[in-house]
Write a protein that binds this ligand. Structure first.
Ligand code: ZN
Length: 68
């Protein structure tokens, strides 16, 4: 039996989401995050840079205060 650490997967997807400017990549990663959510709805995620919390598509698009 394969054990998947969902929280680690989610963390990696969030990292990917906040690092891409590509709309198609965002859409796919946000969909992957939704698949990981038990309710099937997009989960709230936390920006790893500034700590902002929101829906994946919002976080990927937000005006990050920590952006260099
Ligand atoms: Zn941010």
């Amino acid at each position: 039996m394969v054990v998947v650490n969902v929280e680690r997967l989610r963390m990696h997807f969030v990292q990917a989401l906040t690092r891409t400017r590509d709309a198609d990549v965002r859409r796919h990663v946000a969909a992957a995050l939704a698949e990981l959510s038990p309710s099937g709805k997009p989960p709230l995620i936390t920006c790893p840079r500034c700590g902002a919390v929101g829906l994946p598509e919002r976080i990927s698009d937000h005006d990050c205060t920590e952006e260099s």
